[in-house]
Design a protein around this ligand. Structure first.
Ligand code: GAR
Length: 201
């Protein structure tokens, strides 16, 4: 199976969805490593529960983003990682990671990109007043949530939605969309050509 590393910073519900899919043989990939920038994040215990190795670090222990990313890259090479999945990794990525992994690094974002990039996308959508939002899986380039789009699914916004109720429905969609996107890549069905991503049926 394809060896993947999942990067996450918080709760890790998407990590959980990926790990369950892998365990059930539905991912076509093996999560070889969790990379986490917050030692106290719940995702770290989730990885432990699945027996998945974790590289946990504190950005403040390093001189720069480039410095910790260089360490991450060397760990990814040691582990033979073939695909990076950003699943709630709340840090900007520099060229140190983007250059060696372009086309082999995807991210899940809780909005229909290019609408509402950046942080708090669910709140942004509610405050803007759109009636439709959703989730996007895209390849990571040097910009903010700007890379080629692999998959999207829509979620309707209801008049009585709060950030919590809307987030619950967006997350449920993410938990299906992200494992599916990883499986497509693992099956070799995804082609990236400039901005355009195609998935062979
Ligand atoms: C997810 O909704 C993910 O799309 C979002 O963070 C959440 C992490 O949840 N990512 C971003 O907003 C990236 N800008 P999780 O830790 O429960 O998987």
């Amino acid at each position: 199976p394809l060896r993947i590393a999942v990067f996450a910073s918080g709760s890790g519900s998407n990590f959980q969805a990926l790990a369950e899919a892998a365990q059930g043989g539905r991912l076509g990939a093996e999560i070889a490593l969790l990379v986490c920038d917050k030692p106290s994040a719940p995702v770290v215990s989730r990885a432990r529960a699945f027996g998945i190795d974790a590289f946990v670090f504190q950005p403040r222990d390093y001189a720069s983003r480039e410095a910790y990313e260089a360490e991450i890259v060397s760990r990814l090479r040691d582990e033979g990682i073939e695909l990076i999945v950003l699943a709630g990794y709340m840090r900007l990525i520099t060229d140190v990671l983007v250059q060696p992994y372009y086309g082999r690094m995807i991210n899940i974002h809780p909005a229909l990109l290019p609408a509402f990039p950046g942080i708090r996308a669910i709140r942004q959508a509610l405050e803007y007043g759109v009636k439709l939002t959703g989730a996007t899986v895209h390849y990571v380039d040097g910009g903010m949530d700007s890379g080629p789009i692999l998959a999207q699914r829509a979620v309707e916004i209801r008049d009585d939605d709060t950030e919590e109720t809307l987030a619950a429905r967006v997350h449920a969609v993410e938990h299906e969309l992200l494992p599916r996107a990883v499986r497509w890549i693992a099956e070799g069905r995804v082609a990236l050509d400039g901005r355009i991503v195609t998935v062979r049926r």
